[in-house]
Design a binder for this molecule. Structure first.
Ligand SMILES: Cc1cc2nc3c(=O)[nH]c(=O)nc-3n(C[C@H](O)[C@H](O)[C@H](O)COP(=O)(O)O)c2cc1C
Length: 176
């Protein structure tokens, strides 16, 4: 299976990335192909709401920035992992820009190979996930109709812990 991970953390050795790397290790060991898009290192503008993609553009976005790389990866992906630190009760702003740009990728229908989704979240405090989960459930499970493969969260001292990283590794390994 081709797995695309959108990493919303700007800290490439941070807690989110550690969970991503553990998940990737497990998934690769089980024979999957994993691509990580570090959205904070990419130039991705917010959606302009110009409606080009829903009219003349027929699903193509008018903005020619690094989101084009993600659109190409999305075309091949069978599973999408949304990974982010929690910023002010939601995902990071950079990742939100990328997700808003799904407006074109989901028109008139979502990416054809994409069937599954999972979420990875890191926060300072517990019980900080409602905002991110609302979007995950509404946009990815509901609107795009993807199968929920799991939600993995870590807060405080759980971040970077062996137990948490083992959990992510096993999750990757368990994927069929
Ligand atoms: C701008 C900003 C906002 C944050 N807001 C929250 C928050 O609302 N709740 C929380 O528990 N942690 C919050 N945090 C802490 C991060 O979620 C936490 O440190 C996380 O582990 C960072 O992940 P990273 O190492 O992948 O960057 C915030 C951090 C930053 C920089």
């Amino acid at each position: 299976m081709n797995i695309l991970i959108l990493n919303g953390s700007p800290r490439l050795k941070g807690s989110t990335r550690q969970m991503i790397d553990a998940f990737r290790e497990g998934a690769v060991s089980a024979g999957h192909t994993v691509e990580i898009a570090d959205v904070c290192k990419m130039k991705i503008g917010g959606c302009l709401a110009c409606e080009y993609c829903h009219t003349k553009g027929k699903g193509k976005c008018v903005q020619k920035d690094d989101m084009q790389k993600i659109y190409a990866l999305l075309g091949d992906a069978q599973m999408l992992v949304i990974a982010s630190p929690i910023y002010y009760h939601g995902i990071s702003g950079q990742l939100k820009c990328a997700i808003d740009r799904f407006y074109s990728a989901a028109y008139p229908v979502g990416p054809s190979n994409l069937k599954k989704a999972a979420m990875i979240l890191s926060s300072g405090d517990p019980d900080m996930y409602e905002g991110a989960l609302f979007s995950f459930k509404g946009d990815f499970l509901g609107y795009l109709g993807l199968e929920n493969m799991g939600v993995f969260t870590a807060y405080g001292s759980e971040n970077g812990s062996k137990q948490k990283l083992d959990e992510l590794r096993q999750f990757g390994q368990s994927l069929q």
